[in-house]
Design a protein around this ligand. Structure first.
Ligand SMILES: [Zn+2]
Length: 505
C-alpha cells in the first residue's frame, strides 16, 4: 500500500489585528483530529481534502490519511499552543508510518510514499514569520529528499523561498472568490499520482514581485485578461500547472509579494520563462490594480440613484475593509449607521458584538432595546460603537450551511446571533467573528436578500460568488478598519520599504 499523508492547516495572518490566533479561535472554526473526523467534517464540501480523496480513494494500491484539519478566521499570529502540537502530530504520523513499514520488513525510507498538504500559505506563528515554510522544512527533514511534497495553497499565499525549496510543487488556487479549492485539490492529487507512477517529472519555477497587491477579484475588469492568459498558459504542452498568487499584505512579512508559479514536466527553462514573463507583465501594469472605493454616504446616494433609475434590487454594498475574512474586527458600525440614516429598506450581515447579542437575548424577541452597537474590539480604528434603538426580531444559534459556490456545503458558525430591526435596516448581530459572504446568512433568518433594495455584507470579494448573480449592482465601500483595500493605509514593520507602492513617496 502506498500511503500518502495529508494535513489541512490554514491561517491567514493579519498582524494588525489586536488578538492572537489561539486554540479557541481554531475551535470556533475548524479543529478536527484524525482521518475519520476530517473526512466527516469536509464530506460534501468544496474544500481541497475531498478533492484529494476523490482522486486517491478509488485507486488500487494507494491510500490517503489526513492527520488533522485546523483553520481559524484570519487574525494575529498562531500561538505556540496551536502550531507546536500540530507540527508534532504530523511528524509523529510520519514516524508511525515508517515504524509500521519497518515492522512489516519494508524500507522505511520509502514511506510515506508522498505528502499532500492543504495550507493557506500566509500563516505567521509565534517565533515563525514564515510558518508555512518552517512547517514544510520540518516535514522535508522528516521524509527525506526523495519523498514528493505537494501543497495546495490559497491565492493569497505569501510565497517564500523556503516554501519553494522544501515543496516539489505548489498549487495556489486560481479563482478569487476562491470557488476552486476542491478543483485545485483534484488537480494537485492527479499530478502527484502521475508523478508517483513515473508518468511526469514536475519541476517548478517561482518569480516573486517586490510589490503589494490589492485585493483583486479574478472575475473583475482589472484582472480578467490576466486570468484568461493564465488559463491559456495552463493549456500549453509541457505545462502541469501555472498560477499567479496575490500575496496578503496585512501579514506584514518580509517575503510577501505576489508571485508567478510555473510547474512543468521536466522543462526547467520553460518553467522559468513562463514565470518570469508573466510576472514582468504584471509588474509593468502594477498601477492598474489600484481601484477606487466609495465612502458610505456616497454609496447610499449612488444606490438610491440606481434604484430610482430602474436598476433591479438588490444593490449590494460590500463593507470591504471591515472584512473578518482578511482579519478585520467585523464590528465597525460605520456603514450600518449610514444605512440607518439613509432610510432605504436594507439588510446588513453581520456585526460582531457578543455583548449586544446577550443584551438582546435577555430582553427577548419583540422587545425594544437601546444598544451601543459594534465598534468595541478596536475603537481607535473603527471609531467606536453607535447608539441605537433596536427591536429584537429573531434569535438564532447562528449555524448555517454555505449555499453558493464559495466554500459550498461548509458549516458556518456565527455563534449566538440576533436579528435586530433598526429603522428601515434589518441587521444580523453575531458572537463569532466571521465573513458572511453567502446569502445563506440571511436565509437562516427567513429573509430574502434577493428582493431587498439594499443589502450590505462584511466581505471584500468572496460575496461575489453568492451575490453577483442576483445583484442589480455591486458598490465597494471603504470604512476605517483593519482590512484596508489600499496597502498604503497600513504602517509596516517588516515589508521592505522599496516594495511598490510604498516606494512612491
Ligand atoms: Zn484568499
Amino acid at each position: 500500500m502506498n500511503t500518502i499523508l495529508s494535513a489541512y492547516f490554514k491561517l491567514e495572518a493579519n498582524r494588525f489585528a489586536p488578538w492572537k490566533s489561539d486554540p479557541e479561535r481554531f475551535r470556533e472554526r475548524v479543529y478536527e483530529v484524525g482521518d475519520e473526523a476530517v473526512r466527516e467534517r469536509f464530506q460534501g464540501t468544496s474544500f481541497e481534502i475531498p478533492g484529494f480523496e476523490e482522486v486517491i480513494d478509488p485507486l488500487d494500491g494507494y491510500e490517503i490519511k489526513t492527520s488533522f484539519a485546523f483553520e481559524a478566521q484570519p487574525g494575529g499570529d498562531v500561538t505556540h499552543e496551536v502550531y507546536d502540537p500540530a507540527l508534532r502530530m504530523f511528524l509523529n504520523d510520519i514516524a508511525e508510518c515508517k515504524k509500521q513499514a519497518a515492522s512489516e520488513g519494508k524500507d522505511p525510507d520509502r514511506v510515506p510514499r508522498a505528502i499532500l498538504l492543504a495550507l493557506h500559505g500566509a500563516m505567521v506563528a509565534e517565533d515563525h514569520e514564515d510558518a508555512d515554510g518552517d512547517f514544510l522544512e520540518a516535514v522535508r527533514n522528516a521524509v527525506g529528499p526523495d519523498c514528493p511534497i505537494f501543497v495546495t495553497l490559497d491565492l493569497h499565499v505569501n510565497l517564500t523561498k523556503k516554501m519553494a525549496k522544501y515543496a516539489d510543487a505548489l498549487f495556489p488556487c486560481e479563482n478569487y472568490p476562491h470557488t476552486d479549492y476542491r478543483e485545485n485539490g483534484v488537480k494537485a492529487a492527479k499530478i502527484l499520482i502521475d508523478t508517483l507512477e513515473g508518468r511526469v517529472r514536475p519541476v517548478m519555477s517561482v518569480k516573486s514581485l517586490p510589490m503589494l497587491f490589492p485585493y483583486t477579484p479574478t472575475t473583475g475588469d482589472t484582472f480578467r485578461e490576466y486570468y484568461r492568459k493564465i488559463r491559456e498558459i495552463n493549456a500549453l504542452p509541457g505545462v502541469l500547472n501555472f498560477r499567479f498568487s496575490h500575496g496578503f499584505f496585512a501579514s506584514d512579512v518580509t517575503e510577501g509579494g505576489p508571485a508567478a508559479i510555473a510547474v512543468t514536466d521536466n522543462d526547467p527553462a520553460l518553467a522559468e520563462r513562463l514565470a518570469n514573463d508573466f510576472a514582468a507583465e504584471i509588474y509593468d501594469h502594477r498601477a492598474s490594480f489600484f481601484r477606487k472605493f466609495y465612502q458610505p454616504e456616497e454609496a447610499l446616494e449612488k444606490a438610491r440613484e440606481l434604484l430610482n433609475s430602474g436598476v433591479k434590487a438588490p444593490i449590494v454594498l460590500a463593507d470591504v475593509a471591515d472584512n473578518p475574512g482578511s482579519g478585520a474586527t467585523g464590528d465597525s458600525p460605520v456603514l450600518l449607521n449610514a444605512m440607518i440614516q439613509a432610510g432605504i429598506p436594507s439588510m446588513y450581515s453581520a456585526i460582531f458584538d457578543p455583548e449586544s447579542v446577550r443584551l438582546a437575548e435577555e430582553a427577548g424577541v419583540g422587545s425594544e432595546v437601546e444598544l451601543d452597537l459594534g465598534g468595541k474590539v478596536y475603537p481607535e480604528c473603527t471609531g467606536g460603537p453607535v447608539r441605537v434603538k433596536a427591536k429584537v426580531l429573531q434569535l438564532s444559534d447562528g449555524n448555517y450551511i454555505q449555499e453558493g459556490p464559495y466554500m459550498h456545503g461548509a458549516l458556518q458558525k456565527l455563534g449566538r446571533s440576533v436579528l435586530l430591526g433598526i429603522g428601515n435596516v434589518k441587521v444580523i448581530v453575531c458572537s463569532i467573528r466571521i465573513q458572511t459572504s453567502d446569502r445563506a446568512s440571511f436565509h437562516m433568518f427567513g429573509l430574502s436578500p434577493e428582493t431587498c433594495p439594499v443589502v450590505a455584507v462584511k466581505s471584500a470579494v468572496h460575496f461575489r460568488a453568492s451575490y453577483e448573480s442576483v445583484a442589480g449592482a455591486v458598490l465597494e465601500v471603504e470604512t476605517p478598519a483593519l482590512g484596508p483595500m489600499d496597502p498604503r493605509a497600513l504602517t509596516y514593520t517588516n515589508v521592505p520599504k522599496d516594495f511598490y507602492p510604498l516606494n512612491q513617496g
